[in-house]
Design a protein around this ligand. Sequence first.
Ligand code: ZN
Length: 114
Amino acid sequence: MSHSLEFLKSQEIFLVKEEQKLATKFKNGVSFNQTERHSNPLRIIRQALQKIRFSKDYGVCEECGENIPIERLRAQPMAILCVDCRDAAEKKAEKIKRTMPEARQSSIMGMANV
Ligand SMILES: [Zn+2]
């Protein structure tokens, strides 16, 4: 962990605020839409807090183990990947989306391609 304690502290404060905001939202009956449920923001925030407080690997890319630059963490406090790994992951997801839509659609409609 090479990010400074002050930086981690400020990120923690931000994340705690975000967590409270979201928790209140859900208490008031707002539910996740399809995409949000897939990547539950509350869970992501709690994971980030967990990393700051316990595992001490906050700000370290989960893919390559490099430190995620502070500028990126400031803009995206929940980031778990560095820019390179995120781009690679996005490209992979893009590819899956491009090759999968028909298959997914037909199974939803109950017309599996057999
Ligand atoms: Zn990385």
